[in-house]
Ligand binder design. Structure first.
Ligand SMILES: Cc1cc2nc3c(=O)[nH]c(=O)nc-3n(C[C@H](O)[C@H](O)[C@H](O)COP(=O)(O)OP(=O)(O)OC[C@H]3O[C@@H](n4cnc5c(N)ncnc54)[C@H](O)[C@@H]3O)c2cc1C
Length: 486
């Protein structure tokens, strides 16, 4: 198949959220500027959504990957509004603002404001004093790409690292803060230190600035915001996007097997034998898959992409009779610091967060297992893994009953890890791809790992792709700007 002269073809490789939102954004932008384009999306699996899949069974709604997205970054909410599907959203329950940490052998609420922080038992008096000293510390070297652990120990002390940031790193990245790059994983935190000289100073300044704009309340350096999902689970956004891109343009069960550079772009060879002539290609696969396709054309980029580490995770959805659980489950769930030596990274109280996740009279938990801390557990068989989950439910929540429902999902390479030096390596990849031409980098291995990052990247990719085709594109309108918060 070849694109005619008047209609250029763009091929997006990968039908996870990154690819789906990029294909949709390219079509939206092309329509807006009146440029005729055909966007074809290739997905190797027979289903769309990649890591995002919402599965119904026995009246439960399980997520195999993400449980939702936060509204502290604008891109996903803006996408939902542009698609006109805001009525499909579920806002998380107000109780889900309560988050817990399993520390010193018990569940402890994470303080949300200065007063509850002062009275909380989670951090010792010594740890609180050390945190307060942050005010007095000099700014670090802006050119150094520090690890998250180095940064937090330097500014906030070892206890804040162990009890707050280590579990948060596990909850977002399933990662090890000792190797994670602060600049790439928590760019907003790095920016606050550089802009204001320190975190506490920065938060106070940001609060003043927000107040001047009429926004009340504390400004956080870490991830904040309200969690949202869809009535049929996060998978619904992928179905909506696929519909919008059009059945005729979305090929599931079709792998891109090789790329050949041509004068006018690329020939994309597909597993079904088809060869597509593309003016431009968007690589929205995991980094290691993209590395294989790029190997003949961009050797350095390919080697860097191949070496981006991924950690495995298992997600276990467990359903129980409500009457078997004493705990009020009045919150989002909990994360566990590595120092506690537990076998799970944490547990989401899924049926307390969104309304239709469990049938009447039942509750559902989602346990996160593996990550950088204990990758070997992901490969236990179902029976052994269920044994681990039940033991952990007993130790953390005192639940002795057996679940009456379970669904386990394993991801061998679940979440890319942005280890120290990540930003510089991605810049090297981009530089080489620019030389090669007509190829663009999507996927969550480069500029942010979460749902909001995938949709924000789609918004920057679309004008980039069209400009590469010689189209004049004015700056994205409000609400579609690239976002670098968190
Ligand atoms: C367990 C887990 C929990 C998470 N929780 C959250 C959360 O609560 N909130 C949040 O914001 N984010 C969360 N995330 C992250 C979120 O899931 C990702 O941001 C997002 O799903 C990544 O989408 P993607 O399209 O970049 O990659 P993927 O979903 O990996 O999709 C890439 C696709 O490319 C396809 N592909 C690869 N090679 C080829 C080829 N040659 N030809 C055709 N197709 C190809 C693959 O089959 C795959 O479908 C979680 C992730 C995991 C794993």
């Amino acid at each position: 198949m070849s694109g005619s002269d008047s209609v250029k073809t763009v091929v997006v490789i990968g039908g996870g959220l990154s690819g789906l939102s990029a294909a949709n954004a390219i079509n939206e932008t092309a329509n807006r500027v009146g440029f005729p384009i055909r966007t074809i999306l290739l997905e190797r699996d027979s289903w769309l959504g990649g890591k995002i899949r919402s599965v119904e069974g026995d009246g439960y709604l399980c997520e195999t990957g993400p449980n939702g997205f936060l509204d502290n970054k604008p891109s996903t909410m803006a996408l939902v509004n542009r698609l006109g599907v805001a009525e499909r959203l579920y806002k998380s329950d107000d109780n889900a603002r309560k988050r817990y940490v399993f520390s010193d052998g018990k569940l402890q609420r994470i303080p949300e404001d200065p007063l509850s922080f002062l009275t909380s038992e989670l951090i010792s008096i010594r740890g609180k004093l050390r945190l307060g000293m942050e005010f007095l510390l000099p700014q670090g070297d802006p050119n150094k790409d520090e690890s998250v652990a180095e940064f937090v120990t330097r500014r906030l002390g070892a206890e804040a690292l162990d009890k707050l940031i280590d579990p948060m790193s596990a909850g977002i990245y399933a990662g090890d803060p000792n190797v994670m790059s602060l600049k790439s994983c928590f760019p907003k935190v790095a920016m606050i230190e550089q802009q204001f000289g320190g975190l506490l100073r920065g938060m106070l300044e940001m609060q003043k600035m927000a107040k001047a704009r009429g926004v009340e309340g504390p400004q956080n350096a870490g991830p904040s915001g309200v969690l949202w999902s869809f009535k049929k689970g996060t998978g619904e956004i992928c179905d909506i996007l696929a519909d919008r891109i059009g059945k005729e343009n979305v090929r599931s069960g079709v792998e891109a097997t090789s790329l050949t550079r041509t004068e006018s772009g690329w020939t994309v060879e597909c597993s079904d034998g088809e060869k597509i002539e593309a003016a431009s290609v968007v690589m929205a696969t995991p980094a290691y898959d993209g590395a294989k396709l790029l190997q003949p054309h961009a050797k350095t980029a390919s080697a860097i992409m191949e070496n981006i580490p991924y950690v495995p995770t298992a997600m276990a959805c467990l359903g129980y009779e409500r009457g078997d659980i004493e705990h009020p489950l009045d919150g989002f769930g909990f994360l566990i610091p590595g120092k506690e030596g537990r076998k799970i990274l944490g547990s989401l109280w899924s049926s307390s967060i969104f309304p239709n996740r469990a049938p009447e009279g039942k509750v559902m938990f989602t346990l996160i297992i593996g990550g950088a801390r204990s990758p070997e557990l992901v490969h236990l068989d179902d029976e052994a893994l269920m044994g681990v989950c039940c033991d952990e439910m007993d130790i953390t929540l005192g639940i002795k009953a057996m679940p009456t429902f379970n669904k386990i999902t394993r991801w061998d390479r679940a979440i890319p890890q942005y280890v120290v030096g990540h930003g510089a390596r991605v810049a090297q990849v981009e530089a080489e791809l620019k030389e090669v031409g007509a190829i663009h980098l999507g996927g969550n291995a480069y500029y942010g790992i979460g749902i909001n990052d995938c949709t924000a990247r789609a918004d920057t990719l679309a004008p980039e792709v069209l400009r590469g085709l010689g189209v004049e594109v004015v700056e994205p309108e409000q609400g579609r700007r690239p976002d670098t918060t968190t």
